[in-house]
Write a protein that binds this ligand. Structure first.
Ligand code: DQA
Length: 142
């Protein structure tokens, strides 16, 4: 099973960035722990601070991978381009947020992409990525 985690802007700063909200762990360290827990998954990781590069990556993986775990970060709240890319591709996309976007500023409470994703996990910290992988790997989905 081939799955990719795609992280959007500023998530390359996890561990240093607002640790009270996003925690103390950098994503690379977390990712190696995550991979160890899912030995049967061919797990890729991509991070970009650029909207168009996230669109490019969704198009690249979106007709061959089994799942995308997407934290579009701030683009969640603004990007019609990412929402359209999710709608365009065949691969199901699961939206993840580390923080509870519904308990934060009003501008974070609206997601442009949720309607095109199969579901959303928010507010559970990095564990949200693990739960998202379980969604794709535990069978059946329906
Ligand atoms: C985030 C929430 C977004 O509002 C914010 O812009 C981020 C991270 C989260 O994971 O909690 O960069 O997606």
């Amino acid at each position: 099973m081939k799955i990719i985690i795609i992280n959007g802007p500023n998530l390359n700063l996890l561990g240093k960035r607002e640790p009270g909200i996003y925690g103390n762990l950098d994503f690379e360290t977390f990712l190696s722990q995550l991979k160890a827990g899912f030995p049967g998954v061919d797990l890729d990781y991509y991070q970009s601070n650029l909207e168009g590069k996230i669109v490019d990556k969704l198009q690249e993986v979106g007709y061959s991978y089994d799942g995308v775990v997407l934290n579009a970060a701030a683009y969640t709240h603004t990007s019609i381009a990412i929402a359209d890319a999710i709608a365009a591709i065949d691969t199901p996309v699961l939206e993840v947020h580390i923080s509870n976007i519904h308990g934060r500023e009003a501008f974070r409470q609206k997601s442009m992409i949720s309607g095109n994703c199969i579901g959303m996990i928010a507010g559970l910290g990095l564990k949200g990525y693990q739960l998202a992988l379980h969604y794709f790997t535990d069978s059946p989905h329906d």
